[in-house]
Design a protein around this ligand. Structure first.
Ligand code: NAD
Length: 368
């Protein structure tokens, strides 16, 4: 495990906490990266193979994401070393022990992440009085049910039309991953006139150049089937999604899926990053050289955290959706404008913009 001080720079992290409770066998790490803009919002991830380094990288990306979205929140992340598929009673005990351990760390507002959900957030809230991504009964806005991130992604793609040289009406869309982000992006893009020509999940790819029935496919997936077994379209292997000719290609599954070894196969005008860090630096550079416009992840997939911030401020679902559209489109416009003016990659422009906002917020804090 790396030393926490190896991870520090001019922005943070401000606090790194190791949490250990022998009675419940809780082992967790909380990294509060930066709180200049306000108490930090970030997910609590549960997995057996998490690490300090992963936690610190994710905490930093929350600082940049929250700053780019203009939220009154800094960035943090927590990881719990455990298998999330354990029996519910054991999971509740562990999550409550975690809640107890962070009860006085009031500058961290936990949210759901891999391995935790709205029920886990209800337990944390019960122990600490703080958490976002709560069940509706506790005033939550269920962000994956309403598709907050997919909604923001669709709005961002519409905003990118002029920069990417395509028209959304009739644009062909291919989506890798058909979970909370992918299926809602498909639904909101279809409403805006786009045509879903290919989709994949961990079981394979489904291709239909004439267009797929998005709602029927969502229902099919909800019944527990793989997309490649759907009645219409041709089934292909999982990697075939990369070769599909389209205007907009959306990664909405895993990190680093586009890399040096496969990026030149991509035949799209725009890559809209729904997943976090779905392309390596080299892949993004090669795409830019070929004139493919990349919409950076932490700008266009901020819908979920914007929704969480609205929930935290007691706002409604309607307010959340309006805020997502306004913030994501405005920020993407600024990032693409800067990138063009400075001859930068969109990601470099996005990082620069977010860092500037964090540094400005830091100047408003007392100097000790
Ligand atoms: P999810 O678990 O609901 O869905 C993931 C989907 O990806 C599933 O359909 C799964 O079958 C598929 N998948 C997994 N491995 C695959 C592979 N190798 N090839 C093709 N498909 C594969 O997850 P989600 O909430 O939709 O999140 C997807 C990504 O978006 C993650 O990187 C997540 O961190 C990121 N993200 C999610 C949100 C959110 O609001 N849920 C917000 C920002 C970023």
């Amino acid at each position: 495990m790396s030393d926490a001080f190896d991870l520090t720079d001019d922005l943070g992290p401000e606090k790194v906490l190791y949490l250990h409770d022998p009675a419940t066998r809780l082992r967790a790490i909380l990294v509060i990266d930066n709180v200049a803009a306000g108490p930090a919002i970030g997910g609590t991830r549960m997995a057996p193979d998490v690490s300090l380094e992963e936690c610190a990288r994710l905490a930093r990306s929350m600082t940049l994401k929250n700053a780019s979205a203009g939220l009154p929140h800094g960035g943090a992340k927590a990881v719990i070393f455990a298998d999330p598929r354990m029996p519910t009673a054991d999971k509740e005990r562990l999550v409550r022990a975690y809640g107890y351990a962070i009860r006085e760390i009031t500058d961290y507002i936990p949210g759901p992440d891999m391995g935790t959900d709205e029920i886990a957030m209800a337990w944390v809230h019960d122990m600490t009085g703080r958490a976002v991504g709560l069940p509706r009964e506790l005033g939550g806005i269920p962000l994956d049910e309403i598709g907050a991130t997919g909604f923001g992604l669709a709005a961002a793609i519409e905003e990118a039309q002029t920069h990417g040289g395509f028209r959304l009406a009739g644009a062909r869309i291919a989506i890798q991953g058909f979970g909370a982000v992918g299926r809602h992006a498909a639904r909101y893009l279809a409403e805006r006139g786009a045509v879903l020509v290919a989709v994949s999940d961990s079981g394979g790819t489904l291709v239909r150049p004439e267009g797929l029935d998005v709602q029927a496919l969502i229902d099919w997936k909800r019944e527990g089937h793989a997309v490649a077994e759907f009645r219409d379209g041709q089934a292909r292997d999982r990697e075939a999604i990369i070769d599909v000719e389209c205007e907009v290609w959306i990664p909405a599954a895993r990190p680093d899926v586009l890399h040096e070894g496969n990026v030149d196969r991509l035949r799209a005008r725009v890559v809209a990053e729904g997943a976090n860090i779905p392309a390596t630096e080299e892949a993004e550079r090669r795409l830019a050289e070929r004139g493919v416009l990349v919409l950076p992840d932490f700008i266009v997939n901020a819908g979920g955290v914007i929704c969480a911030a609205v929930e935290h401020a007691n706002g409604s679902q309607g307010v959340a959706l309006a805020r997502i559209e306004e913030k994501v489109c405005h920020n993407l416009g600024e990032v693409l404008g800067r990138a063009k003016a400075e001859g930068q990659l969109p990601r470099a422009a996005a990082v620069e913009m977010s860092r500037e906002r964090v540094c400005t917020a830091m100047r408003f804090r007392r100097p000790w």
